[in-house]
Write a protein that binds this ligand. Structure first.
Ligand code: FAD
Length: 334
């Protein structure tokens, strides 16, 4: 393995890690790079993790890209603050013009802080990019997906976060064959906080195994109303709580619960979509369910186009009634 110094990197793609393992999803930043940059050879990866040099070296070999590595036990768990420090040091040292991270909580934290410190433009949650002559336009959603914004970049130096699922992670064959070089770095900055541990979301496995999934969408209105969803899920023995993406983006449920094109693909015996409009990205993850029940107060909601049974009602009225009826033991006996 070659570990040495370097003078210039034009584009930096950040790969996240957890407990010394590379987060494969963040290889989607390479997908962005392939669709955006003229030459992928101008790109290098930045990997910050604990005992990560070996994995970084094998990625450098696989993908034929140079890799800047911060191998430091303080990166065992995601730390956006420390990642921002590593980014700023790398940007300055290697004259980096652009940085791309995945749109995760850590990615957004690091991107915004690094951009402010390094004086670079910052655009988050990018879904697509359009080249219009000399101009570059990034597209992203606003107001929880109700508005699509096109944002023209005015600066040469910028940091982006890209939405998961927007740019497919490329195969190793899409890169040059010559192995990249590993550049070993250290950050001298102390972190303002240190994550002590992480716990994996309980449901990530059970969603695929569940026979019944009761899924919540933005129509639940507020986080507390998730209790109604959980109450209904408890009616069934092999059940799990699913959700549409906005609820995970809001942090109301971990991403392990998300059903859809960038979440889990499920096909339970029964799928109950509560307050979910039926966007194509959600349908992609659940439309092969055996029976679909949709609860939505809008009779024209797209979810009804795939539903076997539709309940046009306010879910805050219908779901508690359903759970109460079950508790009374009436409806199962009839
Ligand atoms: P909304 O579209 O806001 O719908 C809320 C629904 O609730 C409405 O139909 C409304 O009539 C109903 N409602 C409101 N109040 C009540 C009430 N009191 N009682 C009953 N009904 C009510 N989305 C996913 O789900 N999964 C994905 O994997 C996914 N991946 C994506 C990937 C990309 C690249 C992009 C761009 C988007 C992705 N999305 C994904 C987002 C998707 O486009 C939609 O924005 C999202 O699915 C909408 O979620 P929703 O149906 O919960 O919210």
């Amino acid at each position: 393995m070659e570990v040495k110094g370097k003078n210039n990197i034009r584009h930096l793609l950040v790969i996240e890690t957890l407990e010394g393992k590379i987060n494969r999803e963040s290889l989607e930043t390479l997908g962005f790079a392939l669709s955006f940059h003229d030459k992928i050879d101008d790109c290098a990866l930045l990997i910050a993790g604990a005992e990560i040099t070996e994995s970084a070296a094998s990625l450098a070999e696989d993908r034929g890209l140079d890799v800047v590595v911060f191998d430091d036990s303080r990166f065992r768990y995601p730390n956006g603050d420390l990642l921002a420090a590593a980014l700023v040091e790398t940007i300055k040292k290697y004259n980096v013009a652009s940085v791309v991270l995945l749109h995760t909580i850590t990615g957004v934290h690091a991107a915004s802080r690094a951009a402010a410190t390094a004086g670079m433009a910052c655009i988050t949650a990018v879904e697509s990019v359009i080249r219009e002559g000399e101009s570059t336009v990034f597209q992203r959603c606003l107001q929880y997906g109700k508005i699509r914004a096109s944002i023209e970049l005015q600066e040469d130096k910028f940091i982006l976060t890209v939405l998961t699922g927007s740019f497919a992670a490329p195969e190793p064959g899409d890169f040059r064959k010559k192995p990249g070089t590993v550049y070993d770095e250290k950050t001298g900055r102390s972190a303002s906080y240190s994550p002590r541990s992480v716990e994996r979301a309980e449901s990530s496995r059970s969603l695929e195994e569940a026979e019944v999934i009761v899924s919540a969408g933005r129509g639940i209105g507020k986080e507390e109303n998730l209790e109604m969803i959980r109450d209904v899920a408890k009616i069934f023995s092999r059940s799990a709580v699913g959700s549409s993406r906005p609820l995970c983006d809001l942090g109301w449920l971990p991403y392990g619960h998300q059903v859809g094109s960038t979440g889990k693909t499920v096909s339970p015996k029964l799928y109950m979509a509560c307050g979910i409009s039926g966007a194509s990205q959600h349908l992609a993850g659940m439309k092969s369910s055996q029976i679909i029940v949709a609860v939505n107060r809008d009779p024209n909601a797209a979810i009804f186009s795939v539903a076997d049974y539709g309940v046009v009602e306010d879910l805050t009225v219908f779901l508690p009634l359903l759970a109460d009826k079950y508790r009374e033991g009436n409806w199962l006996k009839k």
